[in-house]
Design a protein around this ligand. Structure first.
Ligand code: SAH
Length: 222
């Protein structure tokens, strides 16, 4: 991640992106405002500056991807974040989704299993430290969550999950919500919003299909 000039034409492209996301069905004004406010090109190599505002996923280090803006907006909208809520994110990746969550007023705890990506998270504080002091980065296996900071109001998983991770479910507050792309086939995931009921069971809402990189066990140092 790198802070570069946020040129006027890039702000213009961001406005166009917001218009496109509206057309695609994103209605939450706070989410649209966050997309408008956060320069996505900071999270990509400078070679990608101009195309950072296309509604596409792009490769980042360690064979991972920065999620498509529509996906980021869709998941963020489902979370219904209120200011000050504690949100656990699995899959820090480029930190773009992390920044959007912070812009929505969340206290963000985010976990990445790829060491090379985790090491890059020091750049976040340099760029956004003053604006978003409540972001905590962790290197580890997202299946384990962060019990020391639990319980969380919301949990967002940004990789294709083979199942609902039990330990994460335990770390969610009653009435809390988990947004999770759950494997439906080898290449597609169904976006689910699971709300924790008093009895600990889930109210399950099902949305459209998406395609994510897989959620993998353990940490990776390669
Ligand atoms: N939110 C990111 C999406 C990155 S892609 C963004 O906006 O850029 C998904 C990320 O999840 C990858 O970086 C991948 O390494 C990470 N990941 C996969 N399995 C994980 C796990 N078990 N724990 C933590 N991170 C995981």
């Amino acid at each position: 991640m790198k802070k570069t000039e946020d040129a006027y034409f890039l702000q213009g492209l961001r406005n166009q992106l917001v218009a496109l996301l509206k057309e695609k069905g994103i209605t939450d004004e706070k989410v649209l405002e966050a997309i408008r406010a956060i320069p996505r090109h900071y999270f990509l190599d400078s070679a990608f500056s101009k195309i950072a505002y296309e509604d596409r996923a792009f490769p980042i280090d360690a064979d991972q991807t920065i999620s498509q803006p529509y996906t980021v907006a869709f998941q963020s909208q489902l979370l219904k974040i209120k200011k000050g809520e504690k949100v656990l994110e699995i899959g820090t990746g480029s930190m773009y989704q992390t920044a959007i969550l912070a812009a929505l007023g969340a206290k963000v705890y985010t976990i990445e299993r790829q060491q090379v990506l985790f090491e890059k998270t020091t750049a976040f504080n340099k760029v956004f430290g003053d604006q978003f002091p409540d972001v905590f980065f962790s290197y580890g296996d997202g299946f384990e969550g962060l019990p020391e900071f639990a319980p969380f109001d919301k949990i967002i998983i940004t990789a294709a999950a083979p199942k609902v991770p039990e330990k994460l479910w335990e770390q969610l507050k009653v009435k809390g919500m988990m947004v999770i792309p759950l494997d439906e086939s080898e290449t597609a995931q169904r976006m689910l919003r699971l709300t924790k009921k008093k009895d600990g069971l889930a109210k399950r809402e099902s949305f459209e299909q998406f395609s994510f990189v897989p959620m993998l066990q353990g940490k990776s140092q390669s």
